[in-house]
Every structure is written in C-alpha cells, then in structure tokens.
Design a protein around this ligand. Structure first.
Ligand code: UT7
Length: 317
C-alpha cells in the first residue's frame, strides 16, 4: 500500500481523573507498586462521558487541526472495544454529532481491542487506495474501558483509563505506508465477554497479566522489525516509535531490545494509563501539538491487545 499520510490530530479525555493515591483507598495497592511496575501515575475515568462523546470531541479537534473541509470526508472509522451500543455504530453516532449525516460517509466501528487503532489505520489506508472518490477519512480510537473494569480487582483497575484520539488520513503519493497485522485467536488471556443469560450485559475485563506481558515483550520488537523489513527502512531512519501505552516496562524492554536512541520510543503512559485503542493517537496528538513532528518524518506505530492481536505500521508524516 502506498500514498497515505496524516493531515491532523486531536484527542479528548474525561473531566474526572483518578491518581494512584485515589486507588490506594479502593484496593490493596500503593503508589510505589503501581509506578514501579507500570509507570502509571494517573488515568482519566468517565462519569458522564461516553465512547461517542469522547470520540466526537477528539474528532472535532482533529478536523480543526487538519484544516480539511469536513464535507470532503468519505470515511469515518471508530476503533473501540467498549462501544456504547451494538448498533448504531459509534462511527454513525459520531457522524451525526459532527453534523455530517447529510453526506454519504462510509461509517463503521472496528474492534481489535488495544490494536484497534493500527487495524483502523490499515483499513483506512486500504479503503482510500480502493475508493478513488474517497479523499479523506477520520479515524478515531475511543474507549470507556472503566465501564468494564472491576474496581475491586487490583490486577486490572490500576492499569486502564478512558479517552479518545483521532487522525484525519488522506492520500499522498509522496508518502509510503506499510502495515503488518496479526492475531492468535485466543479467548482466555485477555477478555471482556458478554454474559449469557442476563441480557447481554458485559462481564468485567479479566487478564493474565504475566502472559500478556510476555506476549507484549516478544511481539512488539517482532512487529517493529516486520514493518522495517517491509519498508526497507532501518530503526535509525525512524523519528518516533509510538508503542501502545500499556506498561512503561513493556516499552522500555522493546526500546532496549532494539537499541532505540534516546527520545525515539516516546511515552505518556504516566498521565493516562492504558487507554486501549486511544493510546497511540493521544500520544501522536501530543507530539503534533507540541510541534515535535516535521513533514517527511518516518513514524512507526505498534500495538497489541486482546485477541491476542498485534500490529505495526510505518508511515511518513
Ligand atoms: O493493552 C494490553 C493490556 N494489558 C497489559 O498490557 C498487561 C501486561 N502485564 C502487566 O502490565 C503486568 O503483568 C502487571 C502490571 C499487570 C502486573 O505486574 P507484574 O510485575 O507482572 O506482577 P504479577 O502479576 O507478577 O504480581 C506480582 C505480585 C503478586 O503478589 P504475590 O503473588 O507475589 O504475593 C500480585 O498479587 O504483585 C501483586 N499485585 C499487586 N500488588 C500491589 C498485583 N497487582 C497489584 C497491585 N498492587 N495493584
């Protein structure tokens, strides 16, 4: 696939935050344990915000940042594993709330858990290549993970936060785009299943943290190497590697294994925790708004999550 790039970014988080000290009043844990094992200090938790409302706010900021006329959008994808409804999709609701329901946008959700943004970006790139009439797409990763978290389970409640991040993507013949995706077909290691017999209410998220950790520290370097091989680039050519923000130790392990240079493997996990499909675009938005990305910079995004899914992309800004 060739010729797509990102024209704008945006993000949104709930108003209410929950820091490690707040969590010590809820479960048997400590700021020291959470910080040393995960790098997380704070996360944002929804009280009134929904997956759609966060997505709308991030989407609106992204369109402003891109300077693209929203009427030119042909595609709207929301990556989420915590949708508000089975149907309509979050994407159709975002279309409505952005006032775009009078134009024929292809709108749908994608669920690849925490890899959702990488899958969504690949789907957007493929659709933009296949549909000449479709000039731009809005891709949003939006999650209210807190709605499926058991706040008496210290093994999971310390990790996750809510939020949304978004990008406008469009064709650009001078920019390369390379993607590698995969899934293991596992339904035990990291799950949030729909309970049977009680009206389809979701069960809490359950996770074997050690197994996910082992999976992550193998699959992240593997995925990065796969997109580098496919693109003919070396790690030295890459300005930023943006890993899914799941655990500081997981990012540090990949950075060390691949001998990343200082500042190349960027992080913001301390402030937001693991926001699943939103974590990568929130960090991309921070870099963009801080003026830290220049046209032509090569960027690798890499994610992993429930499924077990994984994926990486390399693109040029
Ligand atoms: O998007 C993907 C989502 N998931 C992930 O990325 C998860 C990946 N895994 C991890 O990040 C880590 O495995 C965790 C942070 C979840 C756990 O860290 P760990 O170093 O693997 O700890 P552990 O599960 O091996 O537990 C070590 C000890 C246990 O006590 P014992 O058995 O040694 O007495 C746990 O009960 O730490 C205990 N523990 C805690 N202690 C204080 C587990 N959670 C906590 C806690 N506070 N919150």
């Amino acid at each position: 696939m060739g010729g797509i790039t990102i024209y704008g970014t945006g993000s949104a988080v709930p108003a209410h935050s929950l820091d490690n000290h707040d969590l010590t009043r809820m479960v048997d844990t400590s700021d020291e344990w959470i910080t040393s094992r995960t790098g997380i200090k704070n996360r944002y938790i929804s009280k009134d915000e929904t997956t759609v409302s966060l997505a709308v706010e991030a989407g609106r900021k992204t369109l402003e940042n891109s300077g693209i006329d929203p009427q030119q959008l042909g595609l709207l994808i929301v990556a989420t594993f915590t949708p508000d409804n089975f149907t309509p999709s979050a994407a159709s609701m975002v279309q409505k709330h952005l006032g775009l329901n009078h134009i024929p946008i292809a709108a749908f959700d994608i669920n690849a858990a925490c890899s959702g943004f990488i899958y969504g970006l690949t789907a957007a790139a493929a659709m933009l290549s296949a549909l000449p009439d479709c000039k731009y797409g809005l891709l949003i990763g939006s999650e209210v993970v807190s709605r499926i978290i058991d706040y008496s389970d210290r093994g999971t409640c310390i990790l996750f936060g809510d939020g949304a991040g978004a990008v406008v993507v469009g064709r650009n013949e001078n920019s390369r785009f390379v993607s590698c995706l995969g899934s293991k077909g596992d339904d035990e290691i990291l799950c949030a299943k729909i309970a049977d017999g009680d009206g389809y209410s979701p069960k809490f998220l359950t996770m074997n943290g050690r197994e996910v950790y082992q999976f992550a520290i193998e699959i992240i370097p593997h995925s990065i190497n796969a997109v580098l091989d496919k693109s003919g680039c070396r790690l030295e050519d890459i300005r930023y590697v943006i890993c899914h923000q799941a655990n500081e130790r997981i990012i540090a392990a990949a950075e060390s294994r691949l001998c990343g240079r200082p500042g190349q493997f960027v992080r913001n996990i301390e402030k937001y925790g693991n926001t699943s499909a939103a974590s990568i675009p929130i960090l991309l938005d921070e870099l963009n708004r801080a003026g830290r990305i220049s046209r032509g910079d090569k960027i690798v995004l890499v994610g992993f999550g429930g499924g077990l899914t994984w994926g990486a992309v390399m693109f040029e800004w």
